[in-house]
Write a protein that binds this ligand. Sequence first.
Ligand SMILES: Cc1ncc(COP(=O)(O)O)c(C=O)c1O
Length: 358
Amino acid sequence: MPKYRSDLMSIPSYVPGKPIEEVARELGLTAIDKLSSNECPTEPFPAVVDAITEAASHVNRYPETSAHRVRLALAKYHDVDPTEVWVGAGSSDVLRSVALSVGGPGTSAVFADPSFILYPITTMICGAEPIAVPLAEGYRHDLEAMRDAIRDDTTIVYVCSPNNPTGGHTSIDDVRSFIDSVPESVLVVVDEAYAEYVTSNDYASMVTEAASRPNVIALRTFSKIYGLAGLRIGFGIANAELIRSAQRTQAPFSVTTLAQVAAVEALKHQDLVAQRLADNAVGRSYLSSELTSRGFTPAPTQANFVYFEPDQPPRDLADALMANGVIVRPLGGGVRVSVGTQAENSRFISALDTVMVN
Ligand SMILES: Cc1ncc(COP(=O)(O)O)c(C=O)c1O
């Protein structure tokens, strides 16, 4: 038997949303709606599919390891320097590399709870100590408590805005004051995986100012509004020196050729992105108001999902919904349902009605 590291079994496993095929097989169902992984419910843009198809015949070669064209396109789009853009196999790849570059045994990481499950997992993978700070009233990040939780051995802190799984955002003013209050020796990760869905006026992304700070990285992804979750591509924006240093922990060639080509093409279609933003906002309000009218109190959300805490155990509700053909995610004491197409959203509400009656 291999001599595993002694803390290996204490690292929680990442439990993804169940794949449609698996649920269908287990329950003998044919029609299933997967509203459990905050994916884009519609296919990639047609021009993106064409670009992937065209590039497929070149995959005998290794990908461009620095994702040069993606960085140029993103730098132009976000008005930063290409050296301030770091591309990874999903933003979780960048997140992991960042964590590994500052974290190890004898260090600690601070994040909100509940928040993105990869923060504690990544922290434990590093051999660092996780420090979870409960969300405040209204499912907000308790930035004061997070600041107080930072210890001498803390090297990284995560702010997830909008927050997964609850959906609320932190205003740009609050994010800025928080960053200002944190020692520069602590790396602040502002995780903006759902930034493109935000409609609130007091939200602004950190991408435009992350690079001007010594200890901040803003994370974004092509997995959500751009609909490329299956290809794995995301990025971070930070100052060039931070990227140069932290990048040493990233596996070479992690971002595939197809993912790079798709991202460059996807960025060109901002009109379609705007349409998705609008559709999501409609679906989000529909789900929130239907839940409210059934006596639930959904958390305020700016993302592509809605979170609510049912009276019964969240796992029981999720299992009952699954038996009715809708996969949602029990997380952090509540249930998170992703915004789907309007048809999927309606079927979720119908399934909920069926489950509530029984
Ligand atoms: C808050 C948050 N950050 C990062 C990610 C990782 O996204 P990806 O690795 O697909 O870019 C997710 C995925 O769901 C997320 O919810």
